[in-house]
Design a protein around this ligand. Structure first.
Ligand SMILES: Cc1cc2nc3c(=O)[nH]c(=O)nc-3n(C[C@H](O)[C@H](O)[C@H](O)COP(=O)(O)O)c2cc1C
Length: 286
């Protein structure tokens, strides 16, 4: 129990795939899975894992269904459908249609038999390629390896050009441990710039007095070390606060360096990496 708690709280947040399947009689079933991710884009492969129940080692309807009818529709869950998604996880008896129970609208798929959830903004029709059991005890997962054959994306989550998903528009939710979820929104979204073509200089490439700074944190140094080469000093670089620091601490070079590094640290936090480099190069030169 404690192992499950540690794993589910530490390996988080996890995306949620809500999976629609059918049984041999064609009766639909809907259940969410957060042991779920993408593992290849060409071919497009999704994997989710319905586990054997810890309490009695029985298997879930979703697993039984994909072993009988190897098709599924996997839906992305956003904030607009999170409570209905949670409701669909109730363990209703065989044959009970979770679409109805959870208040979702089923619509026909184009290439597979399980229906789609109309309310989900991304619906992926899949063929099940393989089911790999990871054990026989209660708690053992079963990897359901799926290839996407069609992807339906609601236009409302696309960017202005209409060709890419805009993360600001798709208000994703994700699962943590226990009953905890988190949301992706304006407050939680941020970018980490990564040079794709050229490599960052890395920590060893930083000038020693910057790398050994008593002020800058590892995270701040990482943002400096992301440049592809140490910037040139710009002779015309002007900054009022730098001028004040230099005047005020003219008799105390050690303090001056600390204050300049603090000032550069603030600039880094504001994303002004170029300016921060200029301040630090200035501090190095004096
Ligand atoms: C957000 C969410 C994520 C879940 N993730 C998983 C999971 O990854 N694996 C699993 O076995 N059960 C997971 N569950 C529980 C199943 O959804 C639940 O056991 C469901 O009733 C199974 O239904 P079925 O028997 O109709 O397949 C999750 C539940 C919720 C609400």
């Amino acid at each position: 129990m404690r192992r499950q708690q540690w794993l589910q709280h530490a390996i988080a947040p996890r995306p949620i795939g809500m999976v629609s399947t059918i049984d041999a009689e064609g009766r639909p079933n809907l259940s969410p899975f957060s042991f779920f991710n993408i593992f290849s884009s060409t071919p497009p492969i999704l994997v989710f894992s319905p586990a054997r129940r810890v309490r009695d080692n029985t298997t879930k309807h979703t697993l039984d269904n994909v072993l009988t009818v190897p098709e599924a529709v996997i839906h992305i869950v956003d904030e607009a459908i999170v409570h209905r998604t949670s409701l669909s996880s109730c363990e209703y008896p065989t044959g009970v249609d979770e679409f109805t129970m959870a208040g979702f609208t089923p619509i026909p798929s184009l290439y597979v038999r399980p229906p789609r959830v109309a309310e989900s903004k991304v619906q992926m029709e899949c063929r099940v390629l393989e089911v790999k059991p990871l054990g026989q005890e209660g708690g053992a997962g079963n990897l359901v390896i799926c290839e996407i054959v069609a992807m339906h994306i609601d236009e409302s989550i696309l960017n202005d050009a209409g060709d890419m998903i805009d993360p600001h528009k798709l208000q994703l939710v994700a699962r943590l441990g226990g009953d905890w979820y988190c949301r992706v929104n304006e407050a939680s979204l941020f970018e980490v710039e990564k040079p794709n073509q050229q490599l960052g200089i890395g920590f060893p490439g930083l000038p020693a007095d910057i790398r050994d700074s008593r002020v800058l944190t590892g995270e701040q140094l990482a943002r400096l070390a992301n440049v592809t080469r140490i910037p040139d000093t710009i002779a015309s670089f002007e900054d009022a606060h730098v001028r004040q620091i230099v005047q005020y601490f003219s008799n105390n070079p050690e303090e001056m360096e600390i204050e300049l590094h603090k000032h550069a640290g603030k600039m880094i936090n504001e994303g002004r990496i170029g300016d921060a480099w200029q301040v630090l190069l200035y501090a190095t030169a004096i």
